[in-house]
Design a protein around this ligand. Structure first.
Ligand SMILES: [Zn+2]
Length: 354
């Protein structure tokens, strides 16, 4: 079947630089090239084996033949009209590429999808992963994390045993009163000396809360404020912020671990993440909220927490002590922003506010 009129164009045989005038047309699935010079035979090529020109806006149309020959057509509009008359389905991609608007839409869509994935997808997926990891993995991560911090920052506590015991008892009583149904998240509280972290507290995956001797000493006359700090750390345990942060910052390794069941890469990435990453502002707000609720449930005004920020500020302005460095461990409470907003949160907190 002949589709459309033959087109007069130029053909090169691929061996000599001489152009020959030919008529081309398509019969069924065959491209037929009929030279005007009678001594050159008619050629046939399967349409599918011909490299047809991409339809761009400008430029001559060059068609590559399977035997190394070439068709060249100087007038793109004429070629395109002939091509269209052949009724062959134009490649979707060629048509798509032609439109700058199509390119722009494709680009914007790609960027948007990547952006949405990064901004919402990774945090969303991290939370799912963090909340679905087996407890044994979380405990192992917690133990590795503590071991890492002990190497870097922590020393055995030198607080008198009686003082430690008094704080433990006070804390357990307050947790009991805030969670009469016994639904407090599982956790442990321990004390460590830390000349490097100074007055500080932190929560690790698996529910380990660590308070430095320096913080206990700084707040020795305000045990309720220390309880508020513990309430904040228990908030991080409750929301599993430690695991969430570790999964988010080592996302690919964690994902591989969950999908393929090999947690080696994830666990190896934990130490670096632990000492460089911070909890999100949202996580800190939620932890502050938990602290306020715990104090309130014990008849203590959350406004007492202003003392924490005052004391930390005073401590720092005295030049701190030894080799202490502010912000050394971003997940620890002394590294959190003690800005006016946070102080106002505790000062103005009321149970009806939520
Ligand atoms: Zn915190």
């Amino acid at each position: 079947m002949l589709r459309g009129a033959p087109l007069l164009t130029r053909w090169y045989d691929g061996r000599t630089p001489r152009a020959h005038a030919v008529h081309v047309h398509i019969e069924g699935e065959t491209l037929v090239i009929a030279p005007q010079e009678p001594d050159l035979g008619v050629q046939r090529h399967p349409v599918a084996r011909v490299r047809w020109p991409e339809r761009r806006t400008h430029g001559l149309r060059q068609t590559e033949l399977p035997d190394g020959g070439l068709l060249q057509h100087a007038d793109p509009a004429e070629w395109d009209a002939w091509w269209a008359a052949q009724g062959l389905a134009e490649s979707f991609v060629v048509g798509w590429q032609q439109s700058w608007r199509g390119v722009l839409i494709a680009l914007v869509t790609t960027v948007a999808v990547l952006g949405i994935t990064w901004v919402w997808g990774v945090p969303w997926a991290s939370e799912r992963i963090a909340h679905n990891l087996p407890e044994a993995i979380e405990r192992r991560i917690g133990a590795e994390s503590l071991a890492q911090l002990e190497r870097l920052f922590l020393r055995p506590s030198t607080l008198p045993e009686a003082q430690q015991q008094a704080l433990q008892t006070r804390w357990q009583a307050m947790v009991q009163r805030a969670h009469p149904a016994g639904d407090a998240p599982a956790h442990t509280l321990s004390f460590r000396a830390s000349p490097r972290l100074g007055p500080n507290a932190l929560a690790l995956p698996g529910g380990q809360i660590v308070v430095t001797d320096e913080l206990a000493t700084l707040l020795h006359d305000h045990p309720d404020v220390l309880m508020g700090v513990l309430g904040h750390e228990l908030g991080h345990v409750h929301h599993r912020d430690g695991m969430d942060m570790l999964v988010r910052s080592t996302f690919i390794s964690a994902l591989v671990g969950v999908v393929f069941g090999d947690m080696g890469g994830f666990i190896a990435a934990v130490p670096a993440a632990l000492v460089t990453q911070a909890y999100s502002r949202d996580a800190e707000r939620r932890a502050d909220q938990r602290a306020a609720e715990l104090l309130h449930a014990n008849g203590v005004s959350p406004a007492v927490m202003a003392t924490l920020f005052d004391r930390l500020r005073a401590h720092r302005s005295q030049g701190a002590g030894g080799d202490e460095e502010a912000g050394l461990l971003p997940i620890a409470i002394a590294s959190h922003p003690a800005d006016a907003e946070r102080i106002r949160f505790y000062r103005e907190w009321a149970p009806s506010a939520r």
